[in-house]
Design a binder for this molecule. Structure first.
Ligand code: CP
Length: 335
């Protein structure tokens, strides 16, 4: 099989995530974003990076705005980085503690949104285990409100996709020459879906997706990728190796859970396997990691790993997204 990446058709979320002038009103999916959309966001993110150890970049572009973080699934990286991003742009931030919120008393998610909307929240950063929730909220909010998808079921994690391609761009300039290999639970991975859309928009040379049969994706969702289960073949000559954890929370308990030791033997990224990739290949993981399951601890901490760079780039990407969407709102609403 050969990959012929090109922009993919919209999955329907693009109609609602754009203003009539075509600019982004919400960020629900990377599906259908153009190369220019992605490059513009990456360039803006680069402007929000400062050297490690230096003071973080700050400005007041979101002064007077309020960002509400609504995470109906656990998160460390995404939630903390959206909070830092908003604060570094001068916004007010609330982090709703879902387990102590009135949703426990039966309040609907839309009533929670309307309640916070009445308190003049402008951005809702939403993570939910059910597909369609960010889009459904976007369909019901007032025109000045933006919804940012912070992880939706197995289908989308757009800011993760952007931070992943930003990290790749820092190490490998020409996407057209790259071979990117993703290994792990691709079938349940919203990270893989958003990475696919970002890499497709950027015209990646070849994207290989490798998973055990039980965790294999629906290949029709990845028409421009090579989907298989031969991990060593897929690693041969790769420039970028992304490994994914098993999403145990999405597996049906009745069908059992993969054994961690067996999985590591069959699909884990070890020194022996990594030696099949190019000598200057970078190793990525979106986190959270299960060390010595999908990735050997020595590789996670080794010289080819860019995992902590991914985390650092996540703050810059979220600053770029908040800033960009606030600018398009001002342009479209005049306020
Ligand atoms: N990569 C990622 O989404 O991590 P968190 O679940 O910690 O936010």
């Amino acid at each position: 099989m050969s990959a012929t990446p090109k922009p993919v058709a919209s999955n329907g979320a693009n109609d609602i995530q754009r203003w009539p002038d075509g600019s982004l009103r919400h960020l629900l999916t990377l599906d259908g974003l153009s190369r220019d959309d992605v490059v513009d966001m990456l360039d803006r993110a680069d402007s929000y990076l400062s050297p490690q150890g230096a003071a973080p970049v700050r400005n007041d572009r979101l002064s007077g705005r309020t960002v509400a973080n609504l995470f109906f699934e656990p998160s460390t990286r995404t939630r903390a980085s959206f909070e830092l991003a908003a604060k570094r742009l001068g916004a007010d931030v609330i982090n709703l503690d879902v387990n102590m919120s009135s949703r426990i008393k039966g309040e609907s998610i839309l009533d929670t949104i309307y309640t916070l909307e009445a308190m003049q929240c402008d951005f809702f950063v939403v993570r939910d285990a059910s597909e369609g929730v960010p889009r459904m909220i976007a369909e019901h909010v007032q025109p000045h409100i933006a919804i940012l998808n912070a992880g939706e079921a197995s289908s989308a994690h757009p800011t993760q996709g952007l931070l992943d391609v930003l990290t790749i761009r820092h190490h490998k300039q020409r996407f057209a020459d790259l071979v990117v290999t993703v290994v792990g639970d691709v079938g349940h991975s919203r990270v893989a879906r958003s990475l696919y859309h970002a890499l497709t928009a950027l015209g990646v040379g070849e994207l290989r997706l490798v998973a055990p049969a039980a965790l294999a994706p629906d290949a029709t969702l990845y028409p421009h990728a090579i989907v298989g289960n031969a991990v060593d073949d897929a690693l041969r000559g790769a420039d970028v190796v992304m490994t994914l954890r098993i999403q145990r929370e999405r597996l049906d308990g009745a069908h059992g859970q993969p054994d961690a030791t067996h999985y590591h033997t069959e699909f884990g990224i070890t020194a022996e396997r990594l030696a099949l990739a190019k000598p200057d290949a970078i190793v990525m993981h979106p986190g959270p990691m299960n060390r010595d399951v999908e990735i050997a601890s020595s590789i996670a901490d080794g010289g080819q790993s860019v995992i902590t760079e991914q985390v650092r780039n996540g703050v810059a990407v979220r600053m770029a997204v908040l800033d960009h969407i606030d600018q398009t709102r001002k342009r479209n609403l005049g306020a």
